[in-house]
Design a binder for this molecule. Structure first.
Ligand code: UTP
Length: 299
């Protein structure tokens, strides 16, 4: 069955980027010259997704405007003969249908996915967390879809994480079924290094069967009052097969400052306009200079 729809939960408050995110959604912070969310939208498009369902909250209107046509701006660009910029801006608005639903209170990622239930309906769908920017030769969502079409079951994207950081992830227990693919046998949310059943952490890409909605409806809120997606997935695991797929590519968690900076540096180095000059600039930096600190926690 074709996967046509992708849910983008973007209703989080982005407190780790305050004050930058006081009036601006974190998804609109630019990485080089594109808002972070546009990388994820382009990835979904490249994977053949036709409908993008954004689950938004208060203060996220800029996302809706960004993916809409801007007649005044198009008029100015056309008058200035900036055809490339013009077609770039039109392309996304024309290629995909966007639908916006409000998560009225940010009650967790699982709750945000559940808000999209009626719009998704009875079909498998993708979930894309734009904080995870995956720089890969084959778009991450397309990689997961290939696994989905082989096993006809939900697929979670995973990446190896360091022992110290397992407690920041949902960690899978799984049996390998082919290179990079595991049949999931258990899920542990934010375990200690001793409790972690593997080093494979769930990252922000999923292909899910619609039965996950029934599970999320029955998932109780956690101590923080949030419905966690991982807990809904645990329920799903009790009734049907779930697979995990080790993404091929470089993942940046742009939802935290250090990850955001790393993504910016990596993508700036590859950028056709500024890559060369930026590389030279970085080469010339004295990184041992007082005040600069190259050590520190990863993320
Ligand atoms: P995060 O845990 O990164 O939370 O959410 P956040 O609010 O976005 O950021 P911080 O921690 O305050 O800095 C992970 C993903 O789940 C979405 C977020 O928008 C992000 O894409 N989310 C989270 C929701 O859509 N609704 C929620 O209630 C919680």
């Amino acid at each position: 069955m074709k996967v046509r729809k992708a849910v983008f939960p973007v209703a989080g408050l982005g407190t780790r980027f305050l004050p930058a995110t006081k009036v601006q959604p974190k998804e609109m912070l630019p990485i080089v010259d594109k808002p972070a969310i546009q990388y994820a939208v382009e990835e979904a498009l490249a994977a053949g997704i036709e409908d993008i369902i954004m689950v938004t909250g208060r203060g996220k209107n800029a996302i809706e405007d960004h993916f809409d046509r801007s007649v005044e701006l198009e008029h100015v660009l056309a008058a200035q003969g900036k055809e490339d910029l013009l077609s770039d801006m039109r392309r996304i608005a024309e290629l995909v249908t966007f639908c916006y639903i409000r998560q009225k209170v940010p009650l967790g990622l699982g709750h945000a996915v559940l808000v999209a239930k009626d719009v998704v309906g009875e079909e498998p769908f993708a979930v894309v967390l734009p904080d995870d920017l995956i720089d890969a030769p084959v778009p991450a969502t397309a990689q997961l879809l290939a696994v989905f079409h082989r096993y006809h079951a939900s697929v979670l994207a995973v990446c190896p994480v360091s022992r110290e950081s397992v407690s920041s992830y949902g960690i899978i227990a799984g049996e390998p079924v082919e290179n990079g693919v595991y049949r999931v046998t258990g899920l542990v949310e934010k375990p200690s290094p001793e409790e972690a059943p593997s080093n494979l952490g769930i990252v922000g890409r999923y292909i899910l069967t619609p039965q996950v909605f029934e599970e999320l409806e029955q998932t109780p809120s956690d101590a923080k009052g949030e419905i966690q997606l991982t807990n809904g997935l645990k329920g799903l695991l009790g009734r049907q097969a779930v697979y995990a797929y080790e993404l091929n590519g470089r993942r940046h968690d742009t939802g935290n400052k250090l990850g955001f900076l790393k993504a910016t540096v990596d993508l700036a180095l590859k950028h056709p306009d500024v890559g060369k000059a930026f590389r030279e600039y970085l080469r010339g930096l004295d990184l041992d200079e007082e005040g600069s600190n190259t050590d520190g926690p990863d993320g």
